[in-house]
Design a binder for this molecule. Structure first.
Ligand code: HEC
Length: 155
């Protein structure tokens, strides 16, 4: 039992670490000095998604009290914000502060598919979180979809 628990905690820690990397990134610095409004708008969409991930991540790490309603609410918001990825990136916009790679508009169909993967994954997870142990796997699944896009299309 103890062994199982240790293993589970280890996996959770790893997952939370990965999610922290994905969610935090360089977001704290990214917005300063952005001039292009479309770029700013799409960064806000991403930041909103990242903020919800942090809410879930804090509960997963035990930094915040577990709250199933709040966790499922965060998943609902992630799903809704993810639906905004496609429209907010559709028109190509550039800014020196942007971390978006030009490949987005060269491989637009692929980008759109990755965006919808985040949306459907978040949607599928809504209502599945009923205990703190559900958070790690949920974050792992969702974080994987963020990473799939960031690794290809974000500097
Ligand atoms: C379909 C692609 C795609 C998916 C899916 C995606 N992102 Fe992003 N994300 C981007 C791109 C591109 C940028 C860089 C935008 C820019 O700087 O113009 C970005 C930037 C960010 C930023 C920095 C925003 C800022 O303040 O500048 C955060 C935080 C972020 N993403 C979190 C997430 C999280 C968390 C997920 C998953 C739940 C996710 N993203 C899913 C493409 C994606």
């Amino acid at each position: 039992m103890t062994v199982f628990k240790t293993k589970e905690n280890g996996t959770l820690k790893k997952t939370v670490f990965v999610v922290a990397l994905v969610a935090l990134g360089s977001a704290a610095l990214a917005h300063g000095g952005v001039r292009n409004e479309d770029v700013l708008a799409r960064m806000e969409v991403m930041k909103a998604i990242g903020d919800q991930m942090k809410i879930i991540g804090a509960m997963a790490k035990g930094e915040a009290a577990f709250d199933a309603v709040a966790a499922n609410d965060a998943l609902t918001k992630i799903a809704a914000q993810s639906a905004q990825i496609e429209p907010s990136f559709e028109t190509r916009a550039d800014d020196p502060k942007s971390e978006a790679l030009p490949a987005i508009w060269q491989d637009w169909e692929d980008f759109v598919q990755l965006a919808s993967a985040t949306e459907t994954t978040a949607e599928g997870l809504i209502g599945t979180v009923s205990a703190q142990v559900d958070l790690g796997p949920a974050l792992g699944k969702l974080g994987g979809t963020c990473k799939a896009c960031h690794s290809k299309y974000r500097k």
